[in-house]
Design a protein around this ligand. Structure first.
Ligand code: CAA
Length: 285
């Protein structure tokens, strides 16, 4: 089956929503982005514009492609502005209550034939699907951060996802020049099931005084060839997101090996969420 998707709605103009808008617009889709904050929508547009300018400087794209891509991304001030989209990707915060509320507002106005996807990094696709009016046209499409750079997308079907939905989602991702990994609907799928316990262990290593922030990150960068140290990566992902994923693993798999490190909990309680709040394991002020 070919790709039937021509237009993409995105809910959430944060790091992930912005990155998804960037790659969809570059692939030629009409993109509309909804966010409760008008400021976030503006910041997103400026960030995409800057990232595309870097791609022009490094010869990955041209100025005219950049301008055309930017023109394809339009804000959707009301949820109803997404009504005619063929695919809507929800990239809101990693909180089940927030996501359910969004689906409640979106489903009554969204074209009944449209596919609804979530960019959740850990939550059950089957459970999220059950709170929509279209479990058979609901699917997990999980992009990695930074979206324009990372080649992987995890594709996750819920128990009720129909084959046609799966095939359309697959054909859509192929047009974005990404590699697909199919994961079963288990807590945190594949990447985060493996990555987040590693990050959590790095935080325990700090908590127990085995090494400093710099020592831990240098050890993993130079000793294991990771592009970023685990604490720098945690700041990049967002410590609140890291904590939610560890909680999903801990609750969903009922194994104490997934216990979130108390230091991670404390940082999140302090509002030290990493790069986005200017403070995490590193100070960005
Ligand atoms: N948006 C667009 N492009 C970006 C970007 C962004 N946010 N950040 C970096 N880039 C581009 C740069 O423009 C540069 O492009 P060129 O080659 O065209 O110049 C390229 O990426 C490399 O960037 P830099 O030279 O500035 O820096 P770097 O070499 O240190 O690479 C990095 C930066 C790609 C982020 C690298 O450090 C890296 O791969 N880090 C690990 C990222 C990772 O593990 N992501 C997965 C997180 S987990 C996840 O996403 C799942 C989840 O649900 C939590």
């Amino acid at each position: 089956m070919g790709n039937q998707i021509k237009s993409v709605g995105i809910i959430g103009a944060g790091q992930m929503g912005g990155g998804i808008a960037h790659v969809c617009a570059m692939a030629g889709y009409e993109v509309r982005v909804h966010d409760v904050s008008a400021d976030r929508l503006q910041t997103m547009h400026a960030t995409i514009s800057g990232n595309l300018a870097r791609q022009v400087s490094s010869g990955k794209t041209t100025e005219s492609e950049r301008e055309q891509a930017l023109a394809r991304i339009r804000p959707a001030p009301a949820m109803a502005d997404l009504a005619a989209m063929d695919l809507v990707i929800e990239a809101a915060t990693e909180d089940e209550t927030v996501k359910r509320k969004i689906y409640q507002q979106l489903c009554p106005v969204l074209n009944p034939e449209a596919i609804l996807a979530t960019n959740t990094s850990s939550l059950s696709i089957t459970r999220l699907a059950s709170s929509t009016d279209r479990p058979e046209r609901f699917i997990g499409i999980h992009f990695m951060n930074p979206v324009p750079v990372m080649k992987l997308v995890e594709l996750v079907r819920g128990i009720a996802t129909e084959d046609t939905t799966f095939k359309s989602a697959r054909a859509f991702i192929d047009t974005l020049d990404k590699t697909i990994t199919v994961a079963e609907d288990f807590p945190a799928f594949i990447v985060n099931r493996i990555l987040l316990p590693m990050i959590n262990e790095a935080i325990y290593t700090l908590y127990e005084g085995v090494g400093s922030v710099e020592a831990i990150d240098t050890a993993m960068k130079l000793g294991a060839n990771h592009p970023m140290g685990p604490l720098q990566l945690a700041d990049f992902i967002g410590l609140d997101t890291c904590l939610s994923i560890m909680q999903v693993l801990h609750d969903g798999l009922s194994d104490s090996k997934y216990r979130p490190c108390p230091l991670l909990v404390k940082y999140v309680e302090a509002g030290w969420l990493g790069r986005k709040s200017n403070r995490g394991f590193y100070d960005y002020r």
